[in-house]
Design a protein around this ligand. Structure first.
Ligand code: SAM
Length: 304
């Protein structure tokens, strides 16, 4: 039989898709379906659940938590797009970006689109959501997923984000960007491979990913009306996380870090405690990193 991995012991997280239902209705449906609801979790320990029990998460609204390996793939709520199967850490970026309904938003590296559908839910399907990805196959999957989730405010483009014209008239009102670029995936416990490549090969791969990630960040910050940007990876390497952010801030002094969720138990490595990290041990999630940048209004400029 297959070996147990830490991923098999993580809680099963379910995001309620508020474009299709409400948390109350989803909870009622699940109760009628034989699950037992224990209310809102008050501490991390409350996320360790037995079969058929579930709670509301303590950090993120609209997130329900079940025992490890609870399988929803054949469940009505999943097939109807009422729930999205998404790790808790990967719900942080859209939640923290928090674009208001009606705003114009870019999801720079979007496929397969779980964060895009989360953004659309937060925007209540109002405004514009430009989603890019280089990979046509992943975009096709994404189309199906967004349709099932009832997302209606998006525009998908099979395009290299680095080649998107930041001065294009269609992007003139973009104030929010979610940037979740390709990374090593070293935080994904199901993918973690200890029989790692030759250290030199691994080093070169990380350096090339970090350089791509920094290019994406610098490109994002050129959109003229940008106010806030969330950067995230499912990597545990500081080279793809804190080091990329630090380099970006140095090159873009008109942006600063926003301190995130004081109650979150795991912080970015020094000197960037404003950022969040996530891990199997400290947050009961996949390994993850999130930073939120905001534009600094320079003193000389005219206020809106
Ligand atoms: N945000 C997605 C989600 O939550 O479902 C996951 C994104 S995944 C970490 C990174 C994506 O970036 C991949 O789908 C990859 O095809 C895409 N990508 C890589 N290079 C790109 C580029 N230059 N422009 C746009 N997308 C790119």
């Amino acid at each position: 039989s297959a070996q147990q991995t830490p991923g098999d012991r993580l809680p099963r997280y379910v995001r309620v898709n508020t474009l299709k239902t409400s948390v109350g209705d989803a909870v009622d449906y699940l109760k009628r379906d034989g699950f037992s609801y224990l209310g809102q979790a008050l501490k991390l320990d409350n996320l360790t659940l037995k079969n058929k029990q579930f709670v509301m998460d303590l950090h993120l609204p609209e997130l329900l938590v079940f025992s490890p390996k609870t399988d929803f793939h054949d469940h009505f709520l999943y097939k109807a797009g009422h729930i999205i199967l998404q790790d808790k850490a990967s719900c942080l970026p859209a939640y923290l970006l928090d674009p208001p309904p009606g705003s114009h938003v870019i999801d720079a590296c979007a496929a397969p689109g779980n964060k895009t559908s989360h953004l659309a839910a937060i925007m209540k399907n109002r405004g514009r959501l430009f989603a890019f990805d280089l990979d046509g196959k992943r975009l096709a999957t994404m189309s199906t997923l967004l349709l099932r989730a009832g997302v209606a405010c998006h525009q998908l483009a099979n395009q290299d984000f680095l080649k998107v014209d930041t001065n294009g008239p269609q992007y003139k009102d973009v104030e929010y960007i979610l940037l979740d670029p390709s990374c090593s995936g070293s935080g994904m416990v199901c993918l973690r491979d200890d029989s790692a490549a030759h250290p030199e090969v691994e080093k070169a791969r990380l350096a090339s990913l970090a350089s791509f990630q920094l290019q994406c960040l610098n490109h994002s910050l050129r959109f003229p009306r940008l106010k806030r940007l969330v950067y995230s990876t499912c990597s545990i390497h500081s080279q793809e996380n804190e080091e990329v952010i630090a380099a970006c801030l140095q090159q873009n002094p008109n942006f600063r870090l926003v301190p995130l969720l004081a109650q979150w138990p795991e912080r970015g490595l020094e000197p960037l405690p404003q950022c969040l990290r996530a891990s199997t041990t400290k947050t009961l999630t996949q390994g993850f990193f999130v930073a939120l940048l905001e534009k600094v209004c320079d003193a000389g400029s005219i206020k809106e």
